[in-house]
Design a protein around this ligand. Structure first.
Ligand SMILES: [Zn+2]
Length: 472
């Protein structure tokens, strides 16, 4: 397949092969976050400086194609790569950002079938940490930058490449850092913020029943990372008393975890469920019938991970993840802390929600937010979203694009501080048997080359349509 574009054509088979090689090369750079040598030195690989090495790799690829690329470090070893393909018209419109992150989460190498940093290509599948989160998209965005640079057509906007460090730990050394210190990196030359950014997670297809739905991520849930602190009186474990930090903390965490949070339909999620054909789920959520909701999800979505994901799109969630209390079997602890990952729907008032949690936890523990980030929702009828839907329909007439809200947070939250609508759009056509959602941060992370071969021209069509000067 090849596409007529401007002066030059792009051969998508060749372009895909090139992207796959970039993906494999990036996987071989162990840019594990945290990069301080944790995770048993990333299973035999030293991750220190990994993000900088990955940023340099991107910069070299872009420079070789004649683009100016910068490698900027927030801290030694923690670099991001920025490059810009400038508009060719006199009064350009605001830029488009191709956003990605270079870091990956640690691995438990013993649980993998292959070297997580080997970048193996076996039977049309690329294996390794980052194959889906998100070095595949880094490589695809590189591929689109290269294609547009080589095609040499007129551009009505700057196209900005931003592959940043530290997404997996909140972005303080990556997106957040650069948004705060160098907002110009995400703006046009007159200082206007980018019109949009394309980022990770959404874009992949999921199959539910006979429907193949392409997710266009327009929303993210909010975050309240919450800490519980309990204090008590220390003493010998042989002489029990109730002022025990372990008991107080355990009781509070149990109360928080047991509290139900009723299902609530938000507009994005309603549209998404409708596209999936899960009208029974919509009805049950509308009526507040939790039992029927469980049943409808069970019948409608055989994949348990997808079921959990859909359920979490329908409600605020409160998940205890860390409990630290006590040092020794025979010492009653006088201090302990727990951490609870709270995710809120777009119409939840986060302050009220936290106050309710505090009340529920009881007077024995102190409840405080260590990080609060609001939910974000960007317009689902924006020009760029329409281009995504059109490109997907053209590439796969049997598939159905639909807006989606994701339950985790991404660097979109950082760019939202600059008012930049950031959409999750890493288009991949996946066969129903690919356990895609389990591969994010999972063992044996891998991506089929066929999915990239599908997605690369789709991504290119969207970007070229939005940036090209002949598409006024
Ligand atoms: Zn990611």
């Amino acid at each position: 397949m090849s596409t007529e574009v401007g002066a030059a054509r792009t051969d998508w088979d060749r372009a895909t092969d090139e992207v796959v090689e970039h993906l494999r090369a990036l996987i071989r750079i162990p840019s594990v976050n945290p990069p301080d040598g944790g995770a048993e030195l990333a299973a035999g690989h030293d991750p220190r400086g990994g993000e900088t090495a990955a940023a340099r790799y991107c910069a070299e690829v872009l420079s070789a194609a004649g683009l100016e690329a910068e490698v900027l470090e927030s801290e030694p070893g923690r670099a991001s790569c920025f490059a810009r393909l400038p508009a060719t018209v006199r009064d350009p419109q605001p830029p488009l950002v191709l956003l990605s992150h270079l870091d990956v989460v640690p691995v438990e190498a013993d649980a993998w079938s292959r070297d997580p940093f080997g970048g193996d290509l076996v039977d049309g599948v690329v294996w390794g940490r980052g194959a889906v989160d998100m070095k595949d998209m880094v490589a695809m965005e590189l591929g689109v930058m290269l294609a547009l640079a080589r095609e040499g057509a007129e551009r009505r906007r700057d196209l900005i490449f931003a592959a940043v460090a530290d997404e997996e730990a909140g972005g303080l050394f990556g997106a957040r850092h650069w948004v705060e210190r160098r907002p110009d990196l995400f703006r046009g030359r007159d200082g206007e913020p980018a019109a949009a950014a394309l980022n990770e997670v959404g874009g992949y297809s999921m199959t539910v029943g006979s429907r193949r739905v392409y997710t266009i991520q327009v929303a993210e849930k909010g975050i309240i990372w919450t800490r519980l602190t309990a204090t008590g009186t220390t003493g010998h474990g042989s002489m029990p008393h109730p002022d025990n930090a372990a008991i107080k903390l355990a009781a509070a965490v149990t109360r928080l975890a047991a509290e139900p949070h009723p299902a609530r339909l938000t507009p994005t999620v309603r549209d998404f469920l409708e596209a999936l054909g899960l009208t029974g789920v919509i009805e049950a959520a509308e009526r507040g019938d939790e039992e029927r909701l469980r049943g409808e999800l069970e019948v409608g979505t055989p994949d348990p991970v997808l079921r959990r994901s859909l359920d979490a799109m329908l409600r605020d969630t409160v998940t205890p993840t860390v409990i630290r209390v006590g040092q020794k079997m025979n010492v009653i602890p006088g201090f302990g802390q727990a951490e609870v990952d709270v995710r809120t729907l777009p119409d939840t008032d986060q302050q009220t929600f936290l106050a309710d949690l505090s009340e529920l936890a009881g007077g024995d523990v102190r409840v405080e937010a260590v990080l609060t980030l609001p939910a974000i929702v960007w317009p689902a009828d924006a020009e760029i979203v329409q281009r995504m839907a059109a490109a997907l329909r053209r590439a796969d007439p049997g598939g159905e694009p639909a807006p989606m809200m994701i339950t985790p947070g991404t660097d979109a939250k950082a760019l939202s501080l600059l008012g930049i609508p950031t959409y999750g759009f890493a288009p991949l056509r996946l066969e129903p048997e690919v356990p895609f959602l389990s591969l994010f941060h999972g063992h044996d992370e891998r991506v089929p080359v066929s999915a990239i071969r599908f997605g690369l021209p789709v991504l290119h069509e969207v970007v070229r349509g939005f940036v090209g000067a002949d598409h006024g």
